[in-house]
Design a protein around this ligand. Structure first.
Ligand SMILES: *Cc1c(COP(=O)(O)O)cnc(C)c1O
Length: 396
C-alpha cells in the first residue's frame, strides 16, 4: 500500500502539483517566522490583523478561565454554553438578520447546511468558481447539480428555465460567493437576486472573503448592496477577517431552527470550544465599533496602494478596480508559479502559489492578500520584487 501512494505522489510531483506543509513558528501577522527566517506575509486571510489581537486573546483567555477548554458535547446534547448563544445573538444583530447559527468551521457550515436545504430531485445551480465547501455540500445533498460559468447571468437564467421546466415543483438553490476566494472579484448580487426572485429559487451567499472587508461595519456584500432581505442564507467564516475560528449561517428564524434539526455537521459534532467562540464575539463587537470601521478604512487604503503599485500582467485581465483584498497574479503554468513563489521567498516574501485543483489546470497563480496590518513599505517592496521577478521571467 505504501508503494501505491508513493507512485501517486510521484505522479503529482511530475506535474508540479505536490503540496507540502511548512512550519510557521510565530503568530499570524504581517511578518511570520519560517525556518528561522522572518518573511513578510502576503498569504493570510487575516485581513484586519485580528488573529493575534489583544482583545481576542483576552476574550478567549477570560472564557477559558470560566468555562474551561472543551465544550464537552454536541450543541444539542449539552454543549450549548452561554458564549455560543451570545455569539449567535451578536451575529444576527450585526448582520441584521432574524437569527444566526455558528458551526465549527465555514467548511462545516456549508457541508451541513446545503444538504439540509435540498435533496434528491431538487436542483442546485452553482458558480464554477465556488469554494470546495459549497461543492462538497452540494454533492453530499444528492440534489441534481448544474454548474454555470463564473458570474454568467445568461447561463444561470438558462439553467433556471430548464430547472423550472424539467423539475417543476422542486426546490432550486443557487450557490455563489460574494468575493471569490482565488480571484478576488465579486458576484453581481443585484442581478442574481433579480433572477432568483423571478424563478422562485433560494439564494445562499458565501461571504467568507467579504465580511470584515466590505459593507457597513464589514457586514459583507449583501449589506453593502442593501440586499439583506433578498439573500436567503448568508454564510460566512469567523476564521478569516474575524481572526478566530468557526463558521456561521445567518437568515430567518425558521431557517435556523431547521438547521438545528437537520444540519448534520452541527448535530453530530462537538460544539466549538467556548474560548474560541468568545474570541469570535470580540471580533464581531470590534467590527461594529468605530475603531473597527477605522481598521477597515485602513485596509482599503492598503488595497488602494497595492492596486496602484502592482504591475499589470496580461494574463491578469481582472486588474481593473480592486474589489477585495485578494490580488491574483495569474501565471498559468504550475511550475512557473512555484518558481515565482520561491523567488519571492528568497527575497523575504511569503506569497503562496495556488495550483490545480484549487484553481483550474493551467491557471496557476500567486495569490497575494493585503491586510490592514501591512505597512506601506512592505507593500512597496513586494511590488518591486514582483517587478524584478517578472523581468527575469521575461528574459529567460
Ligand atoms: C475559507 C473558506 C471557507 C471555509 O471556511 P473555514 O472557516 O476556513 O472552514 C468557505 N468558503 C470560502 C469561500 C472560503 O474561502
Amino acid at each position: 500500500m505504501g508503494e501505491l501512494f508513493e507512485e501517486q505522489l510521484e505522479a503529482l510531483r511530475a506535474r508540479s502539483l505536490e503540496r507540502k506543509l511548512r512550519e510557521i513558528s510565530s503568530a499570524q501577522g504581517p511578518e511570520v517566522q519560517i525556518a528561522g527566517r522572518r518573511l513578510i506575509n502576503f498569504s493570510s486571510n487575516d485581513y484586519l490583523g485580528l488573529a493575534s489581537d489583544l482583545r481576542l486573546r483576552e476574550a478567549a483567555i477570560g472564557t477559558i478561565k470560566e468555562f474551561g477548554v472543551g465544550a464537552g458535547a454536541s450543541r444539542l446534547v449539552s454543549g450549548t454554553q452561554s458564549p455560543h448563544l451570545r455569539l449567535e445573538t451578536a451575529l444576527a444583530k450585526w448582520k441584521e438578520t432574524e437569527a444566526a447559527l455558528s458551526f465549527s468551521s465555514g467548511y462545516a457550515a456549508a457541508l451541513g447546511t446545503v444538504p439540509a436545504l435540498v435533496s434528491k430531485d431538487d436542483v442546485i445551480l452553482l458558480d464554477k468558481l465556488c469554494h470546495a465547501s459549497l461543492i462538497d455540500g452540494a454533492k453530499l445533498s444528492g440534489a441534481i447539480l448544474r454548474i454555470f460559468p463564473h458570474n454568467h447571468l445568461g447561463k444561470l437564467e438558462d439553467h433556471l428555465e430548464w430547472a423550472r421546466r424539467e423539475h417543476a415543483g422542486k426546490r432550486i438553490l443557487i450557490l455563489t460567493e460574494s468575493v471569490f476566494s482565488m480571484d478576488g472579484d465579486r458576484a453581481p448580487l443585484r442581478e442574481l437576486v433579480e433572477l432568483k426572485s423571478r424563478f422562485g429559487a433560494l439564494l445562499m451567499l458565501d461571504e467568507a472573503h467579504a465580511v470584515g472587508v466590505i459593507g457597513p461595519n464589514g457586514r459583507g456584500l449583501a449589506a453593502a448592496e442593501n440586499l439583506n432581505e433578498d439573500v436567503d442564507l448568508q454564510m460566512g467564516t469567523l476564521s478569516k477577517a474575524l481572526g478566530a475560528s468557526g463558521g456561521y449561517i445567518c437568515g430567518s428564524r425558521s431557517l435556523i431552527e431547521w438547521l438545528i434539526n437537520r444540519a448534520r455537521s452541527f448535530i453530530y459534532s462537538t460544539a466549538p470550544p467556548p474560548g474560541i467562540v468568545s474570541a469570535a464575539l470580540a471580533a464581531v463587537n470590534f467590527l461594529g465599533s468605530s475603531e473597527g470601521e477605522e481598521r477597515r478604512r485602513l485596509l482599503w487604503e492598503r488595497i488602494g496602494l497595492m492596486q496602484d503599485l502592482l504591475p499589470r500582467n496580461e494574463l491578469n485581465e481582472k486588474a481593473g478596480v480592486a474589489s477585495s483584498a485578494i490580488f491574483p497574479w495569474i501565471v498559468g503554468d504550475e511550475q512557473a508559479a512555484i518558481d515565482l513563489a520561491s523567488a519571492l521567498q528568497s527575497e523575504g516574501f511569503l506569497v503562496p502559489a495556488i495550483r490545480y485543483p484549487t484553481v483550474a489546470k493551467g491557471c496557476a497563480r500567486l495569490r497575494i492578500t493585503v491586510t490592514a496590518s501591512h505597512g506601506e513599505n512592505q507593500i512597496r517592496s513586494l511590488c518591486e520584487a514582483i517587478k524584478r521577478a517578472n523581468k527575469r521571467r521575461a528574459e529567460d
